[in-house]
Design a protein around this ligand. Structure first.
Ligand code: KG4
Ligand code: ZN
Length: 369
């Protein structure tokens, strides 16, 4: 996948601190950022399409793609202006080329290629999941390898990150992703979209312990996740409450859902940490959590406690770098550029693109990888 671009074969060694433009359009955020080789974020502009999708209670791919077309140029202009640079000062362009909603991915990819071509600079098609996986290295000097918990709207995985492009899967979800579980539960509870922040806010006003919700796969020897049973259990409680459901019921259910999901994740992460510490004998004991759900304060606290018990440090990007953004794509570009892993302009958009293509398939998880 990552090859030296023949069109740039006479390319000089990249500067010590290259300026990379990163574009992200794989879902419902239109984002552009400029990051330098030292991990300094010169600009990070994110335009959320929330208002356009809210009436439908979820992301509508067609609307997302059209909105990226309408806004990406302005977002890029803003990112360059905020960074105080011109196109001519860029050293490379990185754009998400999958996985994601294919129409949106194509918009960012084509735009990125056009800029790289016009400026005669290297182009890199970035795996969105790698953007999340490496995002922590933007702020913290976390060396490889580390154990990664990637929790987003479309994914829930545990990966050993050995290096750029070098991932070893320990576990994945066999049904829903963690963010998907938040979003679907929010819908069941009549809360706002996107569900994660809405459930977290509602849970603050509730008390956990009233409802008996499952902790899916707890105690299993593997490191996989499952969340669909949890969502179904919430639905049953909502049905039992019926028309009589009160605002306080909603808050309490949100608190119990968040507790159950957090405990389920912590159990699976605990299993993965035990395997990681035992089998990988890594010198540094670090768990990195990334992806939109990593913005959840309750989950972060739970993970911190689980890590503390094992003498492991939890490292998480700041919440604004957990949810989709262009800085993480630009940074993945910086990392790849350093290794000379630039792409040919023929690189295509991919709806599905696992971090670890060689990992064995998990029943029910095929479409999530
Ligand atoms: O990484 P992301 O921005 O996009 C994907 O790559 O999927 O993750 C979006 C997901 C959504 O499901 C959203 O509900 C969830 O992250 N999310 C949260 C929080 N903020 C965003 N989930 C729980 N608590 C939050 N504070
Ligand atoms: Zn994401």
């Amino acid at each position: 996948m990552a090859i030296n671009n023949p069109e740039n074969s006479d390319q000089k060694t990249p500067p010590a601190s290259p300026l990379v433009l990163g574009l992200e359009t794989s879902c419902d955020e239109t984002a552009a950022a400029v990051v330098d080789g030292k991990g300094r974020i010169l600009s990070n502009v994110v335009m959320s399409q929330l208002d356009e999708h809210r009436p439908y209670g979820g992301v509508v791919p067609e609307i997302a793609a059209r909105s990226h077309i309408d806004h990406l140029d302005d977002i890029i202009t803003e990112a360059l202006q905020m960074a105080g640079i011109e196109f001519s000062e860029l050293d490379a362009v990185a754009a998400t080329s999958g996985p994601g909603l294919i129409g949106g991915v194509m918009v960012g990819l084509m735009t990125g290629k056009a800029i790289a071509s016009a400026c005669d600079i290297p182009f890199m098609g970035i795996n969105h999941l790698e953007g999340h996986a490496l995002s922590v290295r933007l702020n913290d000097a976390v060396a490889f390898p580390y154990l990664l918990l990637l929790v987003s709207g479309g994914h829930c995985q545990l990966q050993v990150v050995r290096g750029v492009g070098r991932y070893e899967r320990l576990g994945t979800t066999i049904d829903d992703a963690a963010g998907e579980a938040f979003d679907k539960t929010a819908k069941l509870l009549g809360l706002d979209y996107p569900g994660g922040p809405a459930v977290e806010k509602a849970a603050l006003k509730g008390t956990a312990g009233r409802f008996s919700l499952p902790r899916p796969l707890k105690g299993r020897p593997d490191c996989n996740f499952s969340f669909s049973g949890l969502k179904t259990a919430v639905r049953r409680e909502v049905e039992k409450l019926g028309q009589e459901i009160t605002q306080q019921d909603v808050y309490d259910l949100a608190a119990d859902f968040q507790l159950a999901l957090t405990e389920a994740i912590i159990d699976r992460v605990g299993r993965a940490l035990d395997i990681y510490l035992e089998q990988y004998q890594a010198e540094q004991h670090i768990l990195v959590v990334a992806g939109g759900v990593a913005a959840n304060t309750y989950l972060r606290k739970g993970l911190e406690a689980a890590c503390g018990q094992r003498g492991v440090s939890l490292v998480a990007p700041p919440p604004a770098l957990c949810t989709d953004n262009g800085a993480m794509i630009a940074w993945a570009g910086v990392e790849r550029l350093r290794l000379g892993q630039v792409d040919d302009l023929s690189v295509g958009a991919k709806a599905r693109w696992p971090l670890d293509p060689d990992a064995p398939a998990v029943i029910g998880a095929g479409v999530k990888a």
